[in-house]
Design a binder for this molecule. Structure first.
Ligand SMILES: C[S@@+](CC[C@H](N)C(=O)[O-])C[C@H]1O[C@@H](n2cnc3c(N)ncnc32)[C@H](O)[C@@H]1O
Length: 329
């Protein structure tokens, strides 16, 4: 009986870990790699190449956007790689950005030149707090940014609006190292941590913000339970992310039995406008700094005009949505 259980355990581990060892096996064996190459060539010759690419893309989509544990694992590796490979001080944000007809409404007029460079990303942070959630000021607040990335958004808030304290939590150690190296301010702290197990005390934050990060988290319900734990009664929670239109109901289902929703808004048009206006700057940066091999990947990551996510937003297949919640007193 014991032996059967052990064998079953091993078999289960073998199957469950196949997504790790299979690619390693394929890529590490020259013979397998050669066979894979020949298979690709043959598919191209017989005209099935497109079908293979679509299949691979579907697998990629499933791993990065629909699975639980694999997506959390791969996004962490992905952001680690990007922050390690491209440690440029001028690049401090990683969100879709926000623009509107009167562009200067959502940014203080006396803005430091430091914040002009990635102005649309800061505008998103600014708009979410002051425009969308209509929070008047941050002076009496302890704020928390979950998935703070390279730290720029939180630094923007801390420098310009002087909250009591500002904490950024990110699952990518490289992102946290970058933020600590370049973006520390007196009242700002960056910690390595998982959104699903926040390294913070109960009821310690007045305002929690999460910008374009939740699509990386493993389990949204576990994450929201953590938000509820850390938020003070009377506190605000703002979450914004891009969501596949067909998954919107499923995504919003996570908010049932959560906090009280005060507002929600579709920011897709504003994101598209920002992305269009910012494409030239991003392309120049990629052309200047990124090695040939990764140029395409980085342009896609930067969501320049014509990239996959840009096209999905433009076609209405993906939406950029924002939600504001409060915790009852
Ligand atoms: C698209 S970036 C957004 C960064 C930042 N909010 C901004 O607007 O510039 C998403 C960030 O979420 C972080 N992240 C992914 N999974 C996470 C998790 N489980 N817990 C905390 N952060 C996570 C990534 O490392 C990445 O830095």
């Amino acid at each position: 009986m014991l032996h059967s259980c052990i064998c079953l355990g091993f078999a289960l581990m073998f199957i469950l870990s196949s997504w790790i060892w299979m690619p390693v096996l394929v890529l590490s064996s020259p013979i397998m790699a050669m066979m894979f190459f020949l298979l690709c060539l043959w598919l191209k010759v017989i005209g099935r190449w497109g079908r293979l690419m679509r299949l691979l893309y579907e697998i990629y989509e499933w791993i990065m956007f629909r699975s639980d544990k694999p997506r959390k694992y791969f996004w962490q590796k992905y952001y680690n790689f990007i922050s390690w490979g491209y440690p440029y001080e001028e690049w401090k944000t990683m969100n879709l950005g926000f623009a509107c007809d009167n562009d200067n409404v959502y940014i203080p007029p006396q803005l430091d030149s430091e914040f002009q460079y990635e102005k649309f990303s800061y505008q998103l942070y600014h708009y979410l707090i002051f425009g969308f959630a209509k929070i008047e000021n941050l002076k009496d607040k302890h704020i928390l940014d979950i998935g703070s990335g390279r730290g720029g958004g939180l630094r923007y808030l801390a420098k310009n609006f002087k909250p009591l304290s500002a904490v950024g939590v990110d699952y990518s150690a490289q992102c946290v190292n970058f933020s600590k190296k370049y973006l520390m301010e007196e009242s700002v702290n960056f910690y390595w941590g998982d959104a699903e197990r926040l390294p913070l005390k109960n009821e310690s934050a007045d305002l929690i913000i999460c910008v374009d990060s939740s699509h990386c988290f493993g389990n949204l319900k576990t994450y929201l339970t953590e938000v509820k734990r850390v938020l003070k009664p009377g506190g605000d929670f703002i979450i914004c992310d891009f969501i596949v239109t067909l998954d919107k109901d499923e995504y919003e289902e996570n908010f049932s039995n959560f906090l009280k929703m005060k507002n929600s808004k579709d920011l897709t048009e504003n994101a598209l406008l920002a992305l269009k206006m910012d494409s030239k700057r991003k392309i120049e940066l990629v052309e200047k700094k990124v090695t040939y091999m990764f140029k395409r990947l980085m342009k896609r990551f930067a969501v320049i005009e014509g990239s996959v996510l840009f096209n999905q937003l433009e076609a209405g297949d993906t939406l950029h949505l924002a939600y504001h919640f409060t915790k009852p007193e």
